[in-house]
Design a protein around this ligand. Structure first.
Ligand SMILES: CC(C)(COP(=O)(O)OP(=O)(O)OC[C@H]1O[C@@H](n2cnc3c(N)ncnc32)[C@H](O)[C@@H]1OP(=O)(O)O)[C@@H](O)C(=O)NCCC(=O)NCCS
Length: 184
């Protein structure tokens, strides 16, 4: 059985002298989410819509708490030295099978510092060791080496190449690389 905490936890870690906090989203993250998601690489490699307007960011933040309470998903703000720097979370929750999928994006100015790799490790620790999921998956576009590297370095295993797995908004049909971490 999944051990779903009544209140969404806040997770903390450090990368050298960078303080990393994963915490629930707040209303005052809306502007930062809206601005970060104007970067075309985010909708290109995630399910974030394009074009992305402020109302979408408002709805996203509003839905997160409902989704957490309904055991449908968890979204964390990735806070870097006290500043909003991206999101990471679990979706595609399958309570019966003890499985979920990790997804993330990091705001452009914070990339390349190991932030996402550490954030994935933190979410895997919560998901596998605290919540008792038995498998966490992650999918990255074949043309997204940064995301594949994040999952490899966070300790996930490359399971398979899923051919023609995802249709992007431009109509392109994309091969995805499937990674997983399991509770052994
Ligand atoms: C993927 C993403 C989340 C990575 O975030 P990040 O905080 O920069 O990740 P990290 O710094 O922990 O690690 C990135 C790694 O990829 C490497 N990398 C970056 N661009 C790369 C490229 N084009 N080719 C190969 N490796 C690349 C970095 O060098 C780093 O590895 P290193 O630490 O060994 O040097 C970020 O680039 C992003 O938000 N991209 C857009 C959205 C996205 O792709 N989300 C994931 C969807 S599956």
């Amino acid at each position: 059985m999944i051990n779903w905490p009544a209140d969404q936890p806040t997770l903390t870690s450090n990368i050298a002298d960078i303080a990393l906090v994963l915490r629930p989203l707040r209303e005052n993250d809306i502007d930062a989410i809206y601005l970060a998601c104007q970067d075309p690489i985010i909708p290109a490699f995630t399910r974030v819509p394009s074009p992305y307007d402020r109302e979408m960011a408002e709805e996203f933040v509003r839905n997160c708490e409902f989704s957490y309470r309904a055991h449908q998903g968890i979204v964390f703000a990735v806070e870097v030295d006290g500043i909003f720097g991206g999101t990471i979370g679990l979706h595609g929750i399958q309570l019966t099978d003890h499985c979920a999928e990790v997804g993330y994006w990091i705001e452009a100015s914070q990339r390349g510092k190991g932030i996402c790799t550490t954030a994935v490790r933190m979410v895997l620790e919560l998901a596998l060791n605290v919540m008792k999921f038995r498998r966490i998956e992650g999918l990255a576009d074949i043309s997204n080496p940064a995301s594949q590297k994040v999952m490899e370095r966070a300790g996930m295993t490359r399971d398979a190449l899923l051919r023609n797995r995802v249709t992007r908004p431009n109509g392109n049909q994309i091969d995805m690389v499937l990674f997983s971490a399991i509770k052994d």
